[in-house]
Design a protein around this ligand. Structure first.
Ligand SMILES: [Zn+2]
Length: 286
């Protein structure tokens, strides 16, 4: 385990925020501590170091590494993913409708392949994927040399990355001057978080190292040489998270899930999308 300073303000004074268990209970350490910095950023501290963390990605139920079958949850996951691909593509082509694309942490390449089939030339990068398809693939981002991209995307990846400085340096080098950098992360301002407390699935300790809201995400991007051009949310993730956050299969859990879903819909109608489960931004180099 390692202790870190705040990745945004470099501060070292924190308050304990919440303790969270590993939802797959693989760890012998009972609870993981999230702390809140004076700058308001919330993150895991202490955290497994970059060697230790691989032990926490081995569970067969861990979504991105999972072989899909036909359970109810898996069918919902596939449906949500299909809708999400269309939405992501639609938002990106408002800025760039062709060119070189790099998807960082892209797993088995679902997004990169979709973009390849829709006008882009895709490259896939993922430290842990065993991708064997036809796209250009790199397991180590530092191995991508003399290549520049018009679009670099990271879908639910930033919250997993230990060495943020190295990551942002790489992206700065690889992104064309007028290129766009697209990021989606779980939103700590998500409405349903308040109803599930430490059982809120996006806490996902110890795999999720950071918990962003729009303010902290923008602060981190600005610090690393990017400015946000457009802010979005992804509403469909709210309902998937509510489904995942209901742990026990009981009538009470079901009623709670329906109740929180209805509240989420009303909140979106009244307050817009700021409390959706996922925030997405499109940014450019400063
Ligand atoms: Zn801070």
């Amino acid at each position: 385990m390692e202790l870190i300073n705040c990745p945004i303000c470099d501060g070292s004074e924190f308050q304990n925020f919440i303790k969270v268990k590993d939802r797959f209970s693989l760890s012998e350490i009972e609870d993981f501590q999230l702390v809140k910095c004076n700058c308001s950023f919330i993150f895991l501290n202490p955290r497994p170091n970059s060697d230790e963390i691989s032990n926490f990605y081995t569970h067969t139920d861990y979504d991105p590494h999972k072989k899909r079958n036909f359970s109810f949850y898996d069918l919902i996951y596939k449906l949500v993913q299909k809708v999400a691909l269309k939405i992501k593509h639609g938002r990106i082509i408002k800025f760039k409708n062709k060119g070189e694309l790099l998807d960082i942490g892209g797993g088995q390449g679902e997004f990169a392949i979709y973009m390849q089939n829709n006008g882009f030339s895709s490259t896939l990068q993922d430290n842990f994927s065993n991708y064997k398809g036809s796209l250009k693939f790199y397991s180590n981002i530092d191995k991508i040399k003399n290549k520049f991209f018009d679009v670099i995307s990271m879908w639910h990846v930033l919250e997993h990355v230990h060495d943020l400085e190295n990551l942002f340096n790489s992206i700065n080098k690889l992104l064309n001057k007028n290129g766009i950098f697209v990021i989606a992360v779980p939103n700590h301002d998500a409405l349903e978080r308040k109803y599930f407390h430490d059982k809120w699935t996006p806490y996902d300790a110890p795999r999720h190292l950071y918990h962003f809201d729009m303010f902290s995400l923008e602060s981190l991007l600005n610090k690393n040489g990017f400015e946000i051009s457009k802010k979005y949310s992804m509403i469909q993730d709210s309902f998937y998270n509510i489904l995942l956050s209901i742990h026990k299969k009981s009538i009470f859990s079901l009623i709670k899930g329906i109740y929180v879903s209805v509240l989420t819909i009303f909140n979106m109608l009244i307050n817009g999308r700021k409390n959706a489960s996922t925030i997405m931004v499109i940014c450019k180099k400063v």
